[in-house]
Design a protein around this ligand. Structure first.
Ligand SMILES: [Mn+2]
Length: 385
């Protein structure tokens, strides 16, 4: 039960037991002397790029309006001095220094993380009181923001009409804090919250994934169905005489239910589906491309002392199976022998692989092959000095 400075000195175990998905936690000075790793100008620059998802919210006189990016430099020049917010999604994928912050959250499963969204707000700026469906850690990165939260679960009709922002019509705060750079506010799903920029401020939102059941079911079936032969059919060789020919009996229901259960209880294929689902990249194309080199050259650089790192678009996870290990990398699965457990854990648990951590594996051909495959797929790259 190691106390974590990020959690204000409580242990990860205690956090999971008392707060995770249960109640908010404000941690003052979670990251002492923290400074934003990106400037407001750089954030605006990102919001001008085609492949980046961004929004501008104006909240003049409590009238909210939303525009989606990409934006132009002109859009930013036209903005007033107050009451607007720029939000940029997936900054961890776009900026390696932002991705590096994820190491602070290694007390949670990496595959639960969705993205780091960064917002810049002019003084007074806000996206309004609202509720999110997922867990979020709000790290103050620059300036001050006033957060208010409410413990009252909002009614279904408590939303302003015609607003893509889903702003709460009524919001009665019962707690309020003004946060400073380095402060961290954890909010579980469903807690109404309202943040207002005291001065020009930046906030990093480390958001977690909570897939809708609808999406999980659809995805599972979409993955499975194309692999099933048309000749695999319903059958009822045990059909008994129905007292009512119009009735669907319990036996009929059980036969159909068993079809579904048989696919769910195939452990290997269920693991394969889930691992691919949680490592699926949001962006089809990664902008990170390694120089094309032969395996011998790759090996030579490692033996000469080079280190590796995970590239920002890469999502890695593994699952221990009775016979082997499933290694998932961006929606693909590799079935690897149990003997490769150590290097698989290193790759999936860490994001940086300095030479000293790789050394035990460099004399093993299977490990080298794996590293080279991940390198060739632009999932890992060399650490640049
Ligand atoms: Mn929110």
């Amino acid at each position: 039960m190691t106390p974590l400075p990020l959690l204000g000195g409580i242990s990860a175990e205690q956090f999971l037991k008392e707060y995770w998905q249960k109640k908010p936690l404000l941690i003052r000075n979670a990251l002492p002397r923290f400074q934003s790793v990106i400037s407001p100008e750089e954030l605006a620059g990102l919001a001008c790029e085609d492949h980046v998802s961004s929004r501008l919210v104006s909240d003049k006189d409590n009238k909210w309006s939303l525009r989606n990016g990409p934006f132009t430099a002109k859009d930013f020049q036209k903005l007033p001095k107050q009451h607007w917010t720029l939000l940029v999604q997936d900054c961890d994928a776009h900026v390696p220094a932002v991705e590096a912050l994820l190491k602070h959250f290694s007390f949670l499963p990496a595959w639960r993380i969705d993205d780091i969204m960064i917002s810049f707000a002019a003084p007074g700026g806000s996206v309004g009181p609202h509720v999110d469906q997922y867990d979020v850690f709000l790290l103050q990165a620059q300036g001050q923001r006033r957060w208010q939260i409410s413990q009252t679960i909002p009614a279904a009709d408590n939303f302003l009409p015609d607003s893509a922002l889903r702003i709460l019509k009524e919001f009665h705060p019962d707690e309020e804090w003004v946060v400073n750079p380095g402060d961290l506010l954890y909010l579980p799903p469903g807690i109404p919250h309202y943040g207002v920029a005291v001065d020009a401020c930046m906030t990093y939102s480390v958001g977690f994934r909570a897939p809708a059941h609808a999406d999980l079911l659809t995805d599972f079936v979409d993955q499975l169905a194309p692999r099933l032969e048309d000749s695999i059919r319903y059958s009822d060789t045990d059909l008994a005489l129905h007292a009512n020919p119009g009735e669907i009996t319990q036996e009929d229901l059980a036969r159909f239910r068993q079809i579904f259960l048989s696919y769910l209880s195939d452990e290997a294929s269920f693991s394969e589906w889930l691992g691919r689902f949680v490592t699926r990249p949001k962006y089809a194309e990664s902008p990170y491309a390694n120089p094309v080199i032969q395996k011998s050259e790759f090996q030579k650089q490692l033996l000469q002392g080079a280190g590796l790192l995970r590239l920002p678009y890469a999502r890695l996870a593994f699952s221990l199976q009775p016979q082997n290990i499933h290694l998932f990398a961006n929606d693909e699965v590799q079935l690897l022998p149990t003997s490769m457990g150590d290097i698989i854990k290193l790759l999936c648990n860490q994001r940086n692989y300095p030479q000293r951590s790789l050394k035990p594996f460099l004399s093993d051909n299977a490990s080298l092959d794996l590293l080279y495959r991940l390198y060739a797929a632009n999932l890992i790259g060399f650490i640049e000095d």
